[in-house]
Write a protein that binds this ligand. Structure first.
Ligand code: SAM
Ligand code: SF4
Length: 335
């Protein structure tokens, strides 16, 4: 057991605890809100961070106090040898929690290995339970495989959080059926405000479905949503509903109500460091790693970046040299 590292605080008093790794920018779905139908211009393989490079960065971040890692993408399971990589991450001293965000299409066969490696939570993206609407939103007819993954995760005892992006005119009729899953199942169904990172799929978004309206809508149909206290750094406001086994959450990703306790960093598939989802990348970690920087130098650069964060997502957005967020795709950022 190694000694606990001292905690790194940013310039706004927020601790660094968590890193999200986009392990690839590639995906087997084409969700309307994430990328255009023809896909995005994928990075050449050599421009993606290697597993060894990611491992090195996570080890250095663990030395700065990071305890939690989430693997995302693109679709993490389209990258070869993901599971052995999770195994290596789990050996890094200080890393206590490894989780995944997946679309669930390729996930089911890996569940026993995930259990073996101690993965306790999986976030499963699922915007509708209707097969035709699923195909329209993701541009692929894969709902049956996603549902297989959902039930296999539950059967394996992995905690499941469903992520559903709320899109006006696309899936608002699905909010109540998705939330109804929590009546009989011990799942957390989280509704996410749509964000503008769609890789040019469509331009400026409007969010008629703000977190306030989502809550009102759910309450109209399901009764009172009772707030549940959340740990520091949580992005979702979580609620219980009388008589339901599971919980529902609402993530104000566009309204950005949670920035005051943001405890995370993001590493994009090409090794760009983001200290806020809405910034344009504040450090080229890949250049440091491939340019021969020592561990001490990389650690110093990561520390400097974290100590110079925007106060919130609005400030980060204002500081971007290019303001058009919809040129970026969430599949390179990792959500
Ligand atoms: N492919 C995996 C998946 O879909 O779960 C992981 C990557 S995906 C980019 C991570 C999360 O970001 C998903 O839950 C997805 O719904 C969410 N996301 C993608 N684009 C979004 C957008 N424009 N607004 C809000 N959430 C978005
Ligand atoms: Fe792929 Fe996830 Fe983006 Fe959908 S949200 S296109 S599954 S990366």
């Amino acid at each position: 057991m190694s000694a606990a590292p001292s905690v790194l605080f940013d310039n706004h008093g927020r601790p660094l605890e968590y890193v999200r790794l986009a392990v690839t920018d590639r995906c087997n779905l084409r969700c309307f809100y994430c990328m255009p139908e023809e896909g995005i211009q994928y990075l050449p393989k050599r421009e993606l961070l290697t597993y060894e490079e990611m491992e090195r960065v996570v080890a250095l971040l663990a030395g700065l106090g990071v305890r939690k890692v989430r693997l995302t993408g693109g679709e993490p399971f389209v990258r070869r040898d993901l599971v052995p990589f999770i195994g290596r991450l789990s050996q890094i001293p200080g890393i206590q929690d490894i989780s995944l965000t997946t679309n669930g299409v390729l996930t089911a066969p890996h569940i026993p290995e995930l259990v073996h490696l101690g993965v306790r939570t999986v976030n499963l993206s699922l915007d509708t339970l209707d097969r035709a609407r699923f195909a329209a939103i993701t541009r692929r007819d894969e709902l049956p495989r996603v549902l297989d993954t959902f039930y296999a995760l539950l059967a394996a005892g992995i905690r499941v959080k469903i992520n559903a992006v709320v899109m006006d005119g696309q899936n608002t009729q699905d909010l109540v059926p998705l939330a109804e899953l929590t009546r009989e199942l011990p799942v957390d169904v989280r509704f996410i405000e749509e964000m503008p990172f769609n890789g040019g799929s469509h331009g400026a978004i409007q969010i008629p479905w703000s977190h306030v309206r989502i809550r009102e809508h759910l309450e109209q149909h399901l009764g009172a949503l009772m707030p549940i206290a959340q740990p520091y750094g949580a992005t979702a406001s979580e609620y219980s509903i009388a008589g339901h086994l599971g919980t529902v959450g609402i993530i104000a990703a566009y309204s950005r109500t949670f920035c005051g306790t943001c405890n995370r960093l993001r590493l994009t598939a090409e090794g760009g460091l983001k200290t806020c989802l809405y910034d344009q990348g504040v450090l080229d970690v890949r250049a440091l790693l491939r340019g021969g920087s020592t561990d001490a130098e990389v650690t110093a650069a990561l520390t400097h970046a974290f100590r110079n964060r925007a106060a919130n997502g609005f400030e980060a957005e204002r500081q971007r040299p290019v303001h058009q967020l919809s040129f970026e795709s969430m599949s390179t950022i990792g959500g």
